[in-house]
Design a protein around this ligand. Structure first.
Ligand SMILES: Nc1ncnc2c1ncn2[C@@H]1O[C@H](COP(=O)(O)OP(=O)(O)O)[C@@H](O)[C@H]1O
Ligand SMILES: O=C(OP(=O)(O)O)[C@H](O)COP(=O)(O)O
Length: 401
């Protein structure tokens, strides 16, 4: 998919023009309205700065949370506007709505190089319905469109897809471009061997990505809660560990597919078993043949870490999505943290390391290794869908290069 990019637009193309820029400012926030992680805001800065430097009038649109078409004061973007002003080093005009007369008046008053942030687009149910009339109203305040909301690119909504019907050109921003460059080339033209590490809670949410990766990878490493479904399918006892009974046949089929394609599918050799699902649980490391009947596997064990490290040592590209265990509990975070350290190590030797969004990003950040990865995606669902080979509507709708 080769799409027109903001890099293709010169100052002469955009100066004095109104750019509708879709960003993903769906950032974590505490109850007091403090942003606890501004990565997504910072990730969109290159696009915003490029546009302001080229003299465009920048109109930012984002969703925040899932207000389901209702105005919810807790889901206003006001704290984001404040943080963005600090990061950009200039005042950001904030509107209380994303369409309507007041927005039109504030847009009309913008000077070249100024930035305005619209209110949460999901205060309108029409946003998620991709309603053409709503998209037209959003587009009415702008001359062209830039999509830099990678985290929302898998949603066909009015502000990600619908508006492209009314605004030309419609181009990709720098964050979207970078995400595509890393994630797409990792699966389409990787430096090999290519390994994927897939973790997280359930096999059901990762079936699509495992199936696609089995077509592309040389090695597939599986960790997290889903391993117990694989073990049970092999006839092992898994105690009280998480198992999806209706996915046992699927687990067998995935193992058979790996074998048939010559992909090394690696499962942990030992696990950390807990007596309850709690941070203060008693933990014991056991081989996978000896999981106690009343035990619950909450992490991979040290031997598994060694096996995985050995398998990753010669890889030239590694994609990681999903934690190896319940890393939110310190006692069960060692496996996930060891994988983060391993990726940082092999990254030093030139291996491309790509972290899919969601919990694996949180884990890498927790151990302070984020800056040692080649790429950390700002999209959880979006990166997963891209790796699954799905078309992302927000990208597909942009102009061809
Ligand atoms: N052995 C396990 N048993 C139960 N839950 C697990 C286990 N290993 C990991 N998890 C949980 O999986 C969750 C993440 O799953 P998921 O949402 O699929 O991953 P991601 O957000 O990376 O896509 C984490 O909250 C983690 O605690
Ligand atoms: O945070 C997001 O998704 P993610 O947690 O999968 O990365 C995006 O902002 C998309 O939000 P949505 O899943 O409510 O459409």
């Amino acid at each position: 998919m080769s799409k027109k990019s903001l890099a293709n637009l010169s100052a002469a193309d955009v100066s004095g023009k109104r750019a509708l820029v879709r960003v993903d400012f769906n950032v974590p926030m505490d109850d007091q309205g403090n942003i606890t992680d501004d990565t997504r805001i910072r990730a969109a800065l290159p696009t915003m700065k490029d546009l302001t430097q080229k003299g465009a009038k920048v109109i930012l649109a984002s969703h925040f949370g899932r207000p389901k078409g209702e105005v919810k004061d807790k889901l206003r973007l006001t704290p984001v506007a404040k943080r963005l002003s600090e990061l950009l080093g200039q005042e950001v005009v904030k509107t209380d709505d994303c369409i309507g007369d007041d927005v039109a008046a504030k847009v009309a008053a913008l000077q070249n190089g100024q930035v305005l942030l619209l209110e949460n687009v999901r205060f309108y149910a029409e946003e998620e319905k991709n309603d053409p009339e709503f998209a037209k109203k959003l587009a009415a305040n702008a001359d062209f469109y830039v999509n830099d909301a990678f985290g929302t690119a898998h949603r066909a909504h009015a502000s990600t897809e619908g508006v492209t019907k009314f605004l030309k050109p419609s181009v990709a921003g720098y964050l979207v471009e970078k995400e595509l460059q890393y994630l797409q080339s990792a699966i389409e033209a990787p430096k090999r061997p290519l390994a994927a590490i897939i973790g997280g809670s359930k096999v059901s949410s990762k079936i699509g990505v495992i199936e696609t990766l089995l077509e592309k990878c040389d090695k597939l490493i599986i960790g997290g809660g889903m391993i117990f479904t694989f073990y049970k399918a092999r006839g092992l006892s898994v105690g009280k560990s998480l198992v999806e009974e209706d996915k046992l046949e699927l687990a067998k089929a995935l193992e058979a597919k790996a074998k048939e394609r010559g992909v090394a599918l690696l499962l942990p050799t030992d696990i950390v078993s807990a007596d309850k699902f709690a941070p203060d649980a008693n933990a014991t490391t056991v081989s996978i043949e000896n999981i106690p009947a009343d035990g619950m596997g909450l992490d991979i064990g040290p031997d598994s870490v060694k096996v995985f490290q050995a398998a990753l040592a010669d890889c030239k590209t590694v994609i990681w999505n999903g934690p190896m265990g319940v890393f939110e509990f310190d006692k069960f975070a060692a496996g996930t943290e060891a994988i983060a350290h391993t990726l940082a190590e092999i990254g030093k030797t030139g291996t491309t390391t790509i972290i899919g969004g969601g919990d694996s990003v949180a884990a890498v950040e927790k151990v302070g290794l984020a800056d040692q990865m080649s790429h950390i995606s700002t999209g959880g669902g979006a990166s997963l869908e891209l790796l699954e080979g799905k078309v992302l509507p927000g990208i597909a709708a942009l102009d061809e290069a």
